[in-house]
Design a protein around this ligand. Structure first.
Ligand SMILES: [Zn+2]
Length: 303
């Protein structure tokens, strides 16, 4: 079997990926709105890593740990264990994420900073863990960074849902109950006083900073790593799948502002085509990272 990297160097920065879950052969429209298997098959470079021959999608849920200037920063904390979720594969999980994190060299206590690119269910789960029936911070010594406008957005959403409950979820779609997610994965962090609300261009170290990439959610951020003349970007859910590099106008089923997402993706793909920046997709299957290059009239991810 082909061996894919699990760590990378970008200048003096080290990036490690910790996989929580791999979804091989997922329906083409599970995440990407209205996408057909034929449309996936038409983008032939997606195979074999990112799509199957029958037009299904390979997806991953993973966290990245960035080591920069003595800091250990975990970017996105996946789904988490023991959480009650409507989506059966994510409900009451008992996965080895923390064991895998430790095996990669990162104890819970060693993490200095937690950065959630946005506050969706699969990006905040390991913010907390269940101890004696209570949700406690998984990373007790960390400063948890949430974008100020992202937190404000979810507070407003929850208030609106309380006032007017939504219809039941559509069959086959992933339902998300934001109040449930905030209650077990965000509010315990705020109550413990471990959070900092930051702007969407916040600087974490001189090598690592946030860049605003709104659309999927209003306060969505990606993460830029610049060190020693090299550069990388972790996308978060600005894009979910490399298909969106070939077709930046393709939206996901969960974008709060689809047009803003399209504008962000178009600009991003164009800006980084052939510029040597290593792009890490938060939900990209292995090999996880690559370079955007022009491909005829559009673009592809070269891995
Ligand atoms: Zn996600």
């Amino acid at each position: 079997m082909e061996q894919h990297p699990t760590t990378w160097r970008v200048g003096n920065v080290k990036i490690s990926k910790i996989v929580e879950m791999e979804l091989g052969g997922a329906p083409s429209d599970l995440i990407l709105k209205g996408l057909t298997p034929a449309e996936v098959q038409a983008v032939s470079w997606l195979q074999p890593h990112f799509a199957t021959a029958d037009g299904s999608m390979n997806l991953t849920i993973q966290a990245f740990v960035i080591e920069s200037e003595g800091k250990k920063i975990i970017v996105d904390t996946c789904v988490g264990n023991d959480k009650t979720r409507d989506f059966p594969p994510w409900n009451d999980m008992h996965g080895p994420f923390l064991t895998d994190l430790a095996a990669a060299g990162f104890s819970r206590e060693s993490i200095d900073t937690v950065l959630c690119t946005h506050l969706h269910v699969d990006h905040v789960g390991w913010n907390t863990m269940l101890v004696d029936g209570k949700w406690v911070p998984t990373f007790p010594k960390a400063n948890y960074l949430f974008a100020r406008i992202e937190w404000a957005h979810w507070q407003a959403e929850i208030a609106a849902l309380k006032a007017a409950p939504p219809p039941p979820p559509v069959e086959g779609e992933l339902p998300i109950d934001p109040a449930q997610v905030m209650n077990d994965s965000v509010i315990p962090i705020i109550e413990a006083g471990l959070h900092t609300l930051v702007e969407t261009d916040h600087v974490i170290t001189s090598e690592v900073s946030l860049i605003p990439t709104p659309g999927h959610t209003p306060g969505h951020v990606s993460v830029r790593i610049r060190s020693n003349g090299q550069e990388a970007i972790i996308t978060g859910d600005m894009m979910h799948h490399p298909y969106q590099i070939a077709v930046p106008d393709q939206c996901s089923n969960f974008d709060s502002d689809e047009e803003a997402g399209r504008v962000t993706r178009r600009a991003f793909v164009k800006a980084h085509a052939n510029d040597g920046v290593l792009i890490f997709g938060t939900h990209f299957a292995a090999p996880t990272a690559g370079h955007i290059v022009t491909d005829g009239a559009t673009y592809k991810l070269k891995v």
